[in-house]
Design a binder for this molecule. Structure first.
Ligand SMILES: *Cc1c(COP(=O)(O)O)cnc(C)c1O
Length: 494
């Protein structure tokens, strides 16, 4: 046999062959262990409310409890779950606790977890339509559903020139938007010849750091990202945006991109999209709108004010993995002109060529994102939407906003605390009247108690507590108890 290989270059046959039979988990064992794992997760959800929300272990504790060396021989699966309990759980901060009010939530829910399990079980890599047609078509379809559910402007649906795709995060969505904007602004030449050093981008001083990071990665350079001043509600000032764009044009630079945020991370500020959109149109800027957490609110018609002006945007994203009960990772990213995005990112080596791609009749989502490979993430989103129905999702969002607004009223009425800003939706920014140092100590004491978890921000140089009502399991009693605990702890510290 001449297979073109020189047999002398192959490794020698081992004296005794490595046993290969019985090394994989067969269906019977998978079924048995799988039931145990599901039981373990169900038990976790039954008790998560009682666990200390914020893990308090010292750095290095988890690693110290793990064996120095990987196992040489197979270990019994039974030990895996007990090690989870003993080694891992002390190092878990319980994002799925109803007493989690920190940052923004990173939600999940039963149907999402089960959908994710199916995604793992199928183990599909959906880089091309041809590598699993259902992976692509379900995603396109569910993203069109989502566009209708949020009443997004029609340019974002797949029936016209636009369409949606699931990204791992709002950070990746911002990066893809910036890359498409960069190419559109340079006649699709940056990808061939390198970046034009005259490009300049705009965002507010309150914009999420992921935009700054994307500007850095896209080769624009942070010095070419103008952080526009905000008004007293922390929203971008359109007059300052106009001034800066005009100044940059006069200096021979090329303004190409602006990011507007609906619901900033620090204080939930809403940038004025109609005005920013008008400026974008006038100067040919790509407008990306980041609705990472608050986008979910648009499920409810009464909260759709946040998207006023969105019809002027070139791209938009929000994270079902924050407030829409869908597990990380799931960011819905929409573009009005998918051709620009695809032209910016496409690359076709010989080994990916196939008839479906060449027919032009299918979507290949590898061209809509940075990595080549992708998981079948739309299953979990599909199951969440079907499990709750639009009405069920609306109910939970309304309930969270109602609870946040009620708490805001209590804070406003209290003698010791002040509401720093009226909450547009479900994020409350407040502080004790006793000053920064006191608020710092209060936050530390609250989080040390393990009963709730809050974080902070700085607004006008002042230390402010942030409380976000958005965890899947958070109900009225949890918010009431949190407020009681905050007041008691403050009294004890005074
Ligand atoms: C959380 C957040 C992001 C980043 O989200 P990832 O999906 O983790 O990248 C971006 N923008 C805003 C406004 C956010 O709140």
């Amino acid at each position: 046999m001449n297979n073109g290989l020189d047999s002398s270059s192959l490794p020698p046959e081992p004296a005794s062959r490595v046993k290969t039979e019985g090394y994989h988990m067969d269906a019977a064992e998978f079924r048995r262990q799988g039931h145990q794992v599901i039981d373990w997760i169900a038990d976790y959800y039954q008790q998560v409310e009682k666990l200390p929300v914020l893990s308090s272990i010292e750095p290095g504790r988890i690693r110290a409890a793990l064996p120095e060396q990987p196992p040489g021989e197979a270990e019994p699966f039974e030990r895996f779950l007990s090690d989870l309990d003993q080694i891992i759980m002390p190092g878990i901060t319980h994002w799925q606790s109803p007493n989690f009010f920190a940052f923004f939530p990173a939600n999940t829910s039963g149907p999402s977890i089960l959908g994710d399990l199916v995604c793992s079980g199928l183990g599909v890599q959906g880089m091309l339509w041809a590598t699993s047609p259902a992976c692509t078509e379900l995603e396109t379809h569910v993203l069109d559903w989502m566009a209708d559910m949020l009443a997004l402007p029609p340019q974002f649906k797949s029936g016209g020139d636009g369409g949606g795709v699931i990204q791992d995060s709002a950070s990746s969505a911002a990066l893809c938007a910036i890359l498409a904007a960069r190419e559109r602004a340079t006649g699709f030449q940056s990808r061939e010849k390198g970046v034009d050093a005259r490009l300049v981008a705009y965002a507010s001083s309150q914009t999420h750091s992921s935009v700054e990071k994307a500007i850095m990665i896209a080769g624009i350079g942070r010095e070419r990202l103008r952080l526009i001043e905000v008004d007293d509600r922390y929203a971008m000032r359109p007059d300052r945006l106009t001034d800066q764009v005009e100044q940059d044009l006069a200096a021979g630079l090329k303004p190409f991109f602006v990011c507007g945020t609906v619901g900033t991370t620090s204080s939930n500020a809403m940038d004025p999209l109609p005005e920013i959109g008008a400026i974008s149109r006038r100067h040919g800027l790509w407008l990306h709108v980041d609705g990472a957490m608050c986008g979910t609110a648009a499920l409810c018609p009464e909260f759709r004010f946040i998207h006023r002006g969105l019809e002027l945007a070139d791209s938009y994203c929000f994270n079902p993995h924050k407030w829409m009960f869908t597990g990380f990772d799931c960011d819905c990213f929409y573009v009005a002109d998918r051709a620009a995005l695809i032209r910016a990112l496409t690359i076709l080596p010989e080994y990916l060529r196939n008839r479906a791609t060449e027919s032009g009749a299918v979507i290949d989502y590898r061209d809509w994102q940075v990595p080549l490979g992708r998981r079948f993430r739309s299953i979990k989103l599909w199951w969440v939407i079907r499990y709750y129905g639009v009405a069920g999702l609306q109910y939970h969002v309304r309930e969270h906003v109602r609870l946040a607004r009620e708490l805001a009223r209590e804070i406003q009425a209290s003698a010791d605390f002040e509401l720093v800003l009226p909450p547009p939706l479900n994020l409350i920014c407040f502080r004790h009247r006793a000053g920064d140092e006191f608020n710092r100590r209060l936050l530390e004491a609250l989080n040390r108690s393990g009963r709730i978890y809050l974080t902070h921000t700085l607004l006008k140089e002042r230390f402010v507590l942030r409380l976000c009502v958005g965890q899947t399991q958070t109900r009225e009693p949890h918010v009431r108890e949190a407020w009681d605990l905050i007041r008691q702890t403050a009294r004890a510290l005074s």
